[in-house]
Design a protein around this ligand. Sequence first.
Ligand SMILES: C[S@@+](CC[C@H](N)C(=O)[O-])C[C@H]1O[C@@H](n2cnc3c(N)ncnc32)[C@H](O)[C@@H]1O
Length: 251
Amino acid sequence: MLYIIGTGLWRGDDISVRGAALCRKCAYVYLDEYTRAFDPAELEALEGIIGKKMVRLGRHELEEGLTFLNQAKDNDVALLVPGDPLVATTHITILMEARKRGVRVEVVHGSTIHSAIVGEAGLHIYKVGGACTIPMREKCIRPYSTYDKIAENCARGLHTVVFLDTSPEKQLAVKEALEIMQEIERERGKGIFADTSRIVVGCRMGSQEQELAYATVDTLKEMRLPLPCTLIVPGKLHFSEEEALALISKG
Ligand SMILES: C[S@@+](CC[C@H](N)C(=O)[O-])C[C@H]1O[C@@H](n2cnc3c(N)ncnc32)[C@H](O)[C@@H]1O
């Protein structure tokens, strides 16, 4: 049996009681360290709660190798994933592959940045359009599609949750992410990432160092913000959303 378990927003003890209990009974426990970095102290706390060490898996094993699926034919196997396992990951492939191979599989969902940042900023979740990611420069992709997705949401008055790329080696910082988008802004010219455009940023949400701010692109580029971070490009604001954003406004 394969259990795909979300560890929740940030802390080691954000895992659900059921998720932790399942890990304790599993013969093999793996951790996805590719889709979001785990803070070392929180990782230790999580291992304390589940009473065992986790084997860390990188991109290759999660997207192609999938050897843990073979183990799950005859053993209880847990795959732990930061946040919710099916939000902003490609792990739906693991779920489908397990079903195709006849491996029994269950998903234990977790709290996720996708809803946490929207709610804490005071924005209405039913006004959120499709999410997108700003990739690192190292990937040599000019993210026109990211810009266009945000523009499409804005045109419909919807908010856009924008994830920043991550890998075990590096997490994309807000300043660099905004510079990347401003290069496209200069070509597209819709004013989404103008120096004076106001954007929400949520940093290390769910941790003691959590920061939430609503500020201009110029101001955000100058702020020291703890990683990981997520942006929200607001669409048309309801007056109650305007009031909420005023409470986290910086500059
Ligand atoms: C590939 S997504 C995975 C999301 C995860 N599955 C979830 O449900 O929360 C990883 C990106 O989400 C954002 N992120 C995840 N957790 C965060 C947090 N606690 N605070 C701020 N941003 C976060 C960052 O942009 C990070 O690079």
